[in-house]
Design a protein around this ligand. Structure first.
Ligand code: ARG
Length: 253
């Protein structure tokens, strides 16, 4: 009897698990798309006045949700945890996330929706101007980002110092704890504007940084990839995408 009960329990638990974690798109029920972001990246995502994530990416994924007939729920989490959570805790991620070879090993990406560049923020009186000048510096970056990997791997002698929030790296630049910050262009512009009496923003091109492309990350092999791509195409064709660029991004450049 005991054995039977134990087996029954095992079967029940298995079935419960299969229903809860079924397939690749574990977090979603049919009509809900759970999307992870990291709302520390203006103007793409930040915490809005009402305390909820807002920004270009959030508005874009909500429009995509409408096209797919799905309700979008946004989960704010650390940037470095997003990729691993796709397919379990979250169904997708939109987070100004650059398509990289390494990420492609564990997720699929939608078509790219935005071109990005790494920029450099320095204190207002800094002489840093070339790639040579970045060597052997303390470089503040957001953890898990392409900027962090550039500082950590591509710049001789540099020390990459990781922060959960990009803005904290900028604060430490102002405090003199780091010599420069490497972060994507648009947040760099927003932070540069916010602290314009203390820092200046330098174009990544002068350091030879390559162009990156943002895309929505989805579970490997997910049928959502095609659906999201179609939705993106429609939103570009009907002007919605451009309206969001105007509303969220162009005012901040
Ligand atoms: N584009 C960079 C990357 O993919 C930084 C993205 C950071 N995004 C964020 N929401 N904090 O690594």
């Amino acid at each position: 009897m005991k054995k039977f009960l134990a087996m029954l329990l095992a079967v029940v638990m298995c079935v419960a698990c299969m229903t809860a974690c079924g397939g690749n798109e574990a977090a979603s029920s049919d009509n809900v798309l759970v999307v992870g972001t990291n709302a520390e990246f203006p103007p793409f995502e930040y915490i809005g006045d009402d305390g909820n994530p807002d920004g270009f990416d959030i508005a874009l994924i909500k429009e995509i949700g409408k096209k797919l007939g799905m309700e979008v729920k946004v989960e704010n989490m650390e940037f470095g945890s997003l990729v691993a959570a796709i397919g379990s805790k979250i169904d997708a991620s939109i987070a100004g996330m650059t398509i990289t070879e390494e990420r492609l090993e564990s997720v699929d990406f939608s078509d790219p929706y935005y071109d990005a560049y790494q920029y450099v923020i320095v204190s207002i009186d800094s002489n840093i101007a070339t790639f040579e000048d970045l060597k052997y510096q303390n470089i503040g970056c957001q953890l898990g980002t392409t900027g962090f990997y550039i500082a950590d791997e591509d710049i001789e002698g540099a020390k990459a110092i990781g922060y959960n929030k990009g803005v904290d790296a900028v604060n430490d630049l102002i405090n003199g704890r780091v010599d420069l910050v490497i972060i994507d262009k648009n947040p760099a512009m927003v932070f540069g504007e916010k602290f314009s009496d203390k820092v200046k923003v330098l174009d990544g091109a002068q350091f030879g940084f390559e162009m990156e492309q943002y895309a929505i990350a989805l579970p490997k092999g997910s049928e959502l990839v095609g659906k999201v791509n179609n939705a993106l195409k429609e939103l570009k064709a009907d002007g919605t995408f451009d309206a969001l660029v105007k509303k969220y991004i162009e005012g901040n450049e």
